[in-house]
Design a protein around this ligand. Structure first.
Ligand SMILES: [Cu+2]
Length: 160
């Protein structure tokens, strides 16, 4: 009987630890971004890529990602300009991080971004972010304003 009670106690403890871990993970999802890139200072940047966001739901990269691919470890400043009449976002993450970010924005479209991997630009605004590409991973540059990603407002690049 004693053994049975001990077993029950152990199971109860294990399941509460598991429950805590799940809740904790869920809470973190709200601010989730992956470790695929990290914040860097503008003065550390090795080069600049200009990005233009437009209402036809496209980003234009200058130079283009195909022309000059981003390399593993590279530190890049993205100077982003919203030439459209609606708000656009420029967010850098891997596939999973981008998906989490989009799900969170669908739940709370008016959310304020404090993440260092995301710029939110109103019509005519410009801004910049500097990131280091720390993982050899498929990265996604995306706008997650409602419906924009679905309309094709993203670019992917495999970091080699
Ligand atoms: Cu957009």
């Amino acid at each position: 009987m004693k053994t049975f009670q001990q077993t029950v106690l152990v199971i109860t403890l294990l399941s509460s630890v598991h429950g805590y871990a799940k809740d904790h993970h869920h809470h973190q999802d709200k601010h989730y971004h992956s470790d695929a890139s990290k914040a860097a200072k503008p003065e550390q940047a090795q080069r600049v890529i200009e990005v233009i966001a437009t209402d036809d739901m496209r980003f234009q990269f200058k130079p283009s990602l195909a022309e000059k691919p981003i390399r593993h470890g590279e530190i890049i400043t993205f100077e982003v300009e919203n030439e459209g009449k609606v708000t656009h976002e420029f967010s850098i993450d891997d596939g999973h991080g981008t998906k989490m970010h989009r799900a969170m924005m669908q739940k709370n479209p008016k959310m304020k971004h404090t993440d260092s991997n995301t710029l939110v630009l109103k019509a005519g605004e410009s801004g910049s972010i500097t990131r280091q590409f720390t993982k050899r991973r498929a990265m996604v540059f995306s706008c997650n304003e409602a419906g924009h990603y679905e309309a094709g407002m993203y670019n992917k690049q495999q970091i080699k």
